[in-house]
Ligand binder design. Sequence first.
Ligand SMILES: Nc1ncnc2c1ncn2[C@@H]1O[C@H](COP(=O)(O)OP(=O)(O)OP(=O)(O)O)[C@@H](O)[C@H]1O
Length: 302
Amino acid sequence: MSTAVETVGTGATAFAVRARSLGKRYRDTWALRDCTFDLPAGRVAALVGANGAGKTTLMTVLAGLLDADEGSAGAVGRVAFVSQEKPVYRHFTPADVLKLGARLNVVWDEGRARRWLERFEVPLDRACGKLSGGQQAQVAFALAIGSRPTVLMLDEPLANLDPLARREVTAELLTEVDETGMTVLLSTHVVAELGGVADYLLLLAHGRLLAGGDLDELLARHVAYTGPRSDVPPALGEVVEARHRGKQSTFLVKLPDGHPRPVVAGQWTERAVTLEDYVLAQLAATRKGLAPTGPGPRGFGA
Ligand SMILES: Nc1ncnc2c1ncn2[C@@H]1O[C@H](COP(=O)(O)OP(=O)(O)OP(=O)(O)O)[C@@H](O)[C@H]1O
């Protein structure tokens, strides 16, 4: 079955992107399978997963550039997608790219696009082929931002950027979200830098949605314990990851539903789980072949 991406009516929907049992295969191999989620509007969602997990495939299907083989997907309003390669015409200057944006897009905000380039000090009159990889990426972002998307999808937007530019790009994206109400879905391996930026998570493993949902809620349902070497954590819960080094053990534990965070005593300490802790623990568990936390009825089983 081939299912094209449908555009969902803007009515009273609170979601910006929806996927139902979405699947995509390349020849006989499924790259994406049984992927179901609703991404609420106005969120900044991090799409994470190991190499080959299916992130690019998911975004490309959501953006309507690839047909799904199973299920359906839809996005509300205008979607802009910046692929991993961030392609720009090498002989065009950034100023030419802006002119092209104005001609190609029904909705075009020249000021926004230009401000983005000025903010990142990208020369407007130099051929894109002579710009650095990071500057070329900024041109691709400016083109996407200028088209005033309702949903902006960015495949590894931080990959070519220096550490300061990464911080500035994420900050600028948040400003855009605040000002326009757009929804952002971005895939990345630079999870540590998404703290305070992403407020939603979609975690893929081997083409399946392993976990997803509101980030604060997800992290509040987990806790990290450190203490003397032990085979079991000091309190009830499902062990997502156990690490033992010398005489010390660290556990990342999913708390039982409805239970408050237990207070541990003695030599054990507990701390809140960060996005990076959570993602690394989940990825390590899937790599070791441990049973992943399976998706719940809406695909969110974190
Ligand atoms: N055009 C293609 N033809 C055949 N297989 C493909 C194609 N594109 C991707 N795949 C396979 O589909 C799976 C998912 O790939 P995808 O690029 O979506 O992963 P990803 O999570 O984006 O990876 P990365 O983090 O390395 O960019 C991988 O096993 C990959 O080898």
